[in-house]
Design a protein around this ligand. Structure first.
Ligand code: SF4
Length: 368
């Protein structure tokens, strides 16, 4: 069967689109036109290209949180994982509603920090250091309940694009950081702001007292929760060596959720926004190898056909991938037909603490 007119051009923009998705993409386009300014579509960088192309705003979790807090539309449809949609719901204005196309699209790393385990850890650490000495900093990749826990204790949310600023914010107050849930982002950030490795301690939540003795706790400046993102711990220093061997002269950038040895072996590391900038600035003819979720790498390769953009290894987030064209079209259909589905509700008891933690992040001063 021949491709319809324009299919080649659309393939260049959207990558491979299964035939079964095409009617749903057409439904999305039709429904977007019908809904007009009533709805705004936010898309995370890790979404498949066909979804990203249809989003009003594309970004990392920081930019999308900011966008959600400024959106004028009555309905926000969030194409990302659940914690992102929850953060948008926390920041939404009265009368605004947030919808998530697939409630099962969660984040395994966010689920590694159960608020009751975190509460126990907080008690262990503060019983030695005192409540005033410690500030919790929670990665955006966490439940609204955990953000509320942090917000209610004077802490803040951060993303991979402002984690260093968040750590400095704490240190400027003469306090120590309790960072959760991603050990690796915490380690890379502590390293970037110059905390000696001996003062960075891992709180292993499966062990009694986090596996830490009292005198260890007293010397700690940064305490890390032992969570990780399976998409990013997949990358190994050997992948970096192989990429350099196979692509002489290439530049390698990885996400800071990767383990420290991978970051150390690479040329640069940074948030998804920084990765996009790195590829844009690399210039035509260059080869850039990227260690992050493969959908972003695929889209960058489509967006910059005059340079080679290669994945460090093929690592996909199945939860991000759950947001498919059918799920998005069904969500829009629900809004257009007056039978909405997928509304994201955050309990009032959680909302105010989570909002405090998010607003502290949004108020962080810009650096450099
Ligand atoms: S890429 Fe990692 S941190 Fe992001 S949603 Fe997937 S599992 Fe969670």
């Amino acid at each position: 069967m021949t491709e319809p007119a324009g299919a080649k051009e659309s393939q260049a923009r959207e990558g491979f689109v299964p035939r079964s998705d095409r009617p749903h993409l057409a439904r999305i386009d039709r429904l977007r036109r019908a809904l007009g300014k009533e709805v705004v579509l936010l898309g995370h960088h890790y979404q498949r290209p066909a979804i990203v192309r249809r989003a009003d705003f594309v970004g990392d979790s920081f930019l999308l949180a900011r966008q959600a807090s400024r959106a004028e539309a009555r309905w926000i449809v969030f194409c990302g994982v659940r914690f992102m949609a929850e953060a948008a719901a926390v920041l939404a204005r009265p009368g605004q509603e947030v919808f998530h196309p697939d409630p099962a699209a969660g984040c395994p790393m966010a689920d590694m920090a159960d608020p009751s385990d975190v509460e126990e850890a907080w008690e262990t650490l503060t019983s030695v250091l005192g409540e005033e000495a410690l500030v919790p900093v929670v990665y955006m990749n966490s439940s609204a309940r955990l953000k509320a826990f942090v917000g209610d204790r004077g802490g803040l949310v951060c993303t991979s694009s402002n984690a260093e600023r968040a750590f400095r914010w704490v240190f400027e107050k003469g306090k120590r950081v309790f960072f959760l849930p991603d050990e690796h982002l915490g380690r890379n950030t502590a390293r970037a702001v110059g905390v000696p490795s001996g003062e960075v301690l891992l709180y292993t939540f499966r062990e009694q007292g986090g596996g830490l003795e009292e005198d260890e706790i007293r010397r700690g400046k940064v305490f890390l929760w032992s969570g990780h993102c399976h998409v990013h711990v997949f990358f190994r220093p050997e992948d970096v060596e192989r990429a350099r061997r196979e692509n002489p002269g290439c530049r390698i950038i990885v996400h800071p959720e990767c383990p420290v040895p991978v970051v150390e072996a690479s040329d640069a590391s940074g948030s998804t926004e920084r990765i996009v900038r790195f590829v844009r600035e690399a210039g035509p003819g260059s080869t850039i190898v990227v260690g992050t979720e493969v959908n972003l790498v695929e889209r960058l390769a489509l967006d910059f056909p005059d340079r080679r953009v290669l994945p460090l290894a093929h690592s996909l987030c199945p939860n991000m991938y759950r947001i498919n064209p059918k799920a998005l079209a069904d969500t829009l259909e629900g809004l257009a037909s007056g039978a909405p589905r997928g509304a994201v509700n955050v309990e009032d008891s959680v909302r105010s603490g989570a909002r405090k933690a998010l607003e502290r992040m949004l108020a962080l001063p810009r650096e450099g």
